[in-house]
Design a protein. Structure first.
Length: 583
């Protein structure tokens, strides 16, 4: 099935259920200071989800352009994208769980629509916690539709809860639909950790408003917000293993490869196509390259693509060539692009030419450097236009970590940016990689390993969140940890810190990583190449921890400080949460 067929079927289906088609809103949110970009179809609808009347009524359907930079480290695998399209249907205080779920099921399985086999479906529902009860209604509806109990899993907030990218606003439990893409017959029992179960659709039941104080108040209207990933669903429908095989990407990849003399790095080709799609749509929606906020993200994506293209000796004309291919892929879908194609090509080429003038000199300089610190990264930024992330990446290739605080300090000093502007530069989902966060990140790997030693191999990461203040780590374990177990975990971690073990990143095939018994959650289903971080004793070769992870991490554990567990508590049935610090 082609992308256009899928878009059209989705719109037609919901039109037949009395929904009104609304056009995609721009990537740049009109009146929302909490985010830089539209990250989901619900974003432009926030006022209506909060109770305002929508001019088109209470049932809406759309194909929305979205941009997310939070998963940027994962781009290049089979499923993570910065720019993507989301198919969504909405009930604004109208229908509720029964209709939403029944229609999702009908659209997916009815031969008239997608005709996917219901034997290959699995479902997750919200498990319940202190803020909201278990979503047993959705569970019962799925059962009534014929989904077997063994194919329905209950998960906590990390997995089955959705709210807007900002901190506050409409939110609620969700039920997610997975499709089996494995070659073998779909297993009877659903294991959400098995990556061959591929998430295609999310139904959010928005019944709360998260307030500034972090309270969950019931919403005036109960709303339904669903999001189906266009690219991912095409993978499922066509039996592909990667979004790059779909008609949205294939012409772009073929074109770039044809420009390389067939000597290329496929991973980099994929990243170029992803980033250039984002660049194309950003410029089309009025973003101009600059040193802050949206313009900075645009610049960063474009520069990374340009660097990769140069590394593969692709002739400079590729920019215009690729933008023209993008035009062909999308001009019937978003007709406004037709008017803008020349402008997009001009803006992108001008920005690229400016960058290329200094890029080569900068890369030569970079090769000569032994140690790169935040200040040098800033100089590279000033002199050669290297975005911070590019220096960080190039430094990472040399096995070094740059201190972002130092870079930021220099940046602020020299640019005299206002507080908001400079904060904005590092907003928008670009991960926080300050020194403290990096140290806590490595400490979290050690804690994960220690938990498995002390409690057993049933310990499995269910989510983690690290801020400069603390690490928060959710994991599977059936009961409260005893004081003795907590002390043992602290002792083990501190022992490893004292031994000043080495930390090293390795890029491996998934199979090699499995052989090393790598643990943790890696980006997404079915990456070909994965990044793992190993903590080991260089003298004895003893491996303490090996985890799927994109980093960054410290180079040796001696710099971490003293590790301490602040709190251990329940988050959901069978899931515990630890908050810990290094001091
Ligand atoms: N807002 C939800 C999501 O992005 C469903 O549309 O997954």
């Amino acid at each position: 099935m082609t992308s256009q067929e899928l878009r059209q079927k989705f719109l037609n289906f919901f039109e037949s259920k009395d929904h009104k088609i609304i056009p995609s809103a721009p990537l740049v949110p009109a009146n929302d200071p909490t985010v830089l970009f539209t990250t989901a179809g619900m974003h432009p609808l926030v006022p209506y989800l909060l109770g305002e009347l929508h001019p088109q009524g209470k049932r809406l359907v759309s194909v929305q352009k979205c941009l997310r930079t939070g998963d940027i480290e994962e781009v290049g695998d089979n499923t993570h994208l910065t720019f993507f399209e989301m198919l969504g249907n909405w009930s604004l205080g109208d229908y509720w769980k029964n209709e939403a779920i029944t229609w999702s099921y009908e659209f997916l399985t009815d031969k008239k629509w997608l005709g996917l086999s219901s034997d290959k479906l699995a479902i997750t529902c919200f498990a319940g916690d202190a803020d909201a009860p278990q979503d047993s209604d959705s569970f019962k509806i799925w059962q009534k539709l014929g989904i077997k109990t063994e194919r329905i899993a209950f998960l906590g907030k990390e997995d089955n809860w959705w709210g807007p990218a900002g901190q506050t606003g409409p939110c609620g439990p969700d039920t997610e639909i997975f499709y089996w893409i494995g070659e073998e017959t779909a297993p009877k029992v659903f294991d959400p950790k098995d990556r061959r179960w591929f998430e295609i659709w999310n139904n959010v039941f928005m019944e709360y408003n998260k307030t500034n104080e972090g309270k969950y108040e019931p919403l005036k209207n109960k709303n339904v917000d669903t999001g189906m990933g266009l690219e991912r669903t095409l993978v499922a429908l066509n039996g592909f293993s990667s979004v790059y095989e779909t008609d949205l990407f294939k012409p772009l990849l073929d074109y770039l490869i044809s420009q390389t003399n067939f000597k290329y790095d496929l991973y980099k080709i994929k990243i170029i196509t992803d980033h250039m799609r984002a660049v194309y749509f950003m410029v089309a929606d009025g973003v101009q390259p600059s040193n802050k906020d949206r313009g900075y993200i645009l610049r960063r994506l474009l520069r990374r693509a340009v660097v990769y293209a140069r590394q593969m000796d692709i002739p400079a004309s590729w920019i215009t060539g690729l933008l023209q291919k993008l035009q062909i892929v999308f001009n019937n879908v978003y007709p406004e692009l037709n008017l803008q194609s020349e402008l997009i090509i001009k803006v992108v080429n001008e920005e690229t030419q400016k960058f290329i003038l200094t890029l080569d000199r900068g890369l030569k300089e970079f090769a000569k450097l032994n140690k790169i610190d935040g200040q040098i990264a800033f100089n590279l930024y000033q002199t050669y236009g290297f975005p911070w992330e590019l220096s960080r990446e190039l430094a990472k290739d040399k096995g070094q970590i740059i201190n972002k605080d130092e870079f930021e300090k220099e940046f602020k000093k020299h640019q005299e940016l206002s507080r908001t502007a400079s904060a904005g530069v590092f907003k928008g989902g670009l991960a926080d990689h300050t020194d403290r966060v990096v140290r806590l990140h490595t400490a979290t790997h050690l804690m994960n390993a220690a938990l498995r030693q002390v409690l057993g191999d049933h310990v499995w990461q269910k989510g983690s969140n690290i801020t400069a203040e603390r690490t928060r780590f959710d994991f599977t374990h059936p009961e409260k940890m005893t004081e003795e177990q907590k002390s043992k975990v602290e002792e083990l971690v501190n022992k490893w810190i004292d031994r000043d073990l080495q930390v090293k990143r390795e890029v491996l095939s998934l199979e090699e990583a499995r052989k090393l018994k790598a643990i943790g959650v890696f980006g997404e289903k079915y990456a070909d190449i994965v990044s793992v971080y190993k903590v080991f004793d260089p003298e004895t070769g003893e491996v303490i921890s090996c985890e799927f992870c994109g980093g960054p991490h410290v180079e040796h554990t001696g710099v971490l400080g003293h590790f301490k567990i602040l709190k251990e508590e329940a988050v959901a049935a069978g899931i515990r949460r630890i908050k810990a610090v290094v001091e």
